[in-house]
Design a protein around this ligand. Sequence first.
Ligand code: FE2
Length: 344
Amino acid sequence: MGGPRPQILLSRTGPKIIVQLNVMRLGHVELRVTDLDKAREFYVGMLGFVETDGDANRIYLRGLEERYHHSVVLKLAPTPGLAHFAFRVGSADDVENLGKRFKSDGVTVLRKAKGEEKGQGEAIRVQDPLGFPVEFYTEMDEVPWMLQEFHLHRGARPARIDHVNIQTPYVQRGFEYYTKDLGFSVTEDTVTDDGKLWAVWLRRKQNVHDIAIMNGTGPRFHHFGVWLPDITSVIRVCDILAGAGMQDRIERGPGRHGVSNAFFVYVRDLDGNRVEFYTGDYMTADPNWKPIRWSLEDKNRGTFWGATPPRSWFDEASPVESIFDGNLVTPIEVISQDRPHFVT
Ligand SMILES: [Fe+2]
């Protein structure tokens, strides 16, 4: 597995201990759904995710290109939301060193033994500095590769998980945490007229992002992105949903983004959790990559063709769980002038 190994300051308060750690990529998300059978029909039956495993409380899904146990977990819960998202790191040492780093910063670390999350090795979970439930792991069971099992591809042919997008009032703090503490690089960002960071796209793998941080009421989970093989597959998502009489699940697009250049459609699952089907961004491997900077006022930033996103896309996002008791975290509301004001 490639990529630079960032030098990380282990402690902000004690002696500066430099360790190497290596976040590889976004690994998976766990979403809360209120009806597992209906969610299975939506994600597997209609959209074509592969079901690796399941029990009375969870379904474990993956894309056709993925060689590990799961990239999307659907968890039965009384209300929708995000249970956690997880980054895959390079080694067991990286998991251990991150645990020490969080501990020395006064962050409570929850340890998960091998198998506690099905198919997954030892892991740590934290409520991160922005309030999100985040996991770090390295081991996951290998499963059959479906990429060339073309006769079994169904629905929109989802390939792999690509990114998460989160909302927080503390975008600047998030930018600093992800770049300085976790070694992420900025590929694109958006600033307000007075120079404040409004949104930032951050990557470890070598495309546009593993995580985007947007200004807004938070901590709230805005969406996760799923890579499709081509633009036709994005159109296919719309045809499948419309064919089933579920046009109301198509929230925004299809279209092309200004940021990332990707072709996309945003869909709300049966519980309102938001999924972006996404393809065709670009490579960002060069070490001297200069971030693309957008003005918040730029009409081609969100949708390159200029279409205005619906209000719901800005206002609505999913609550996130506490890793400690499974209850939902109360978000901090952003005052209205900090909301995107170019939408009328
Ligand atoms: Fe996990």
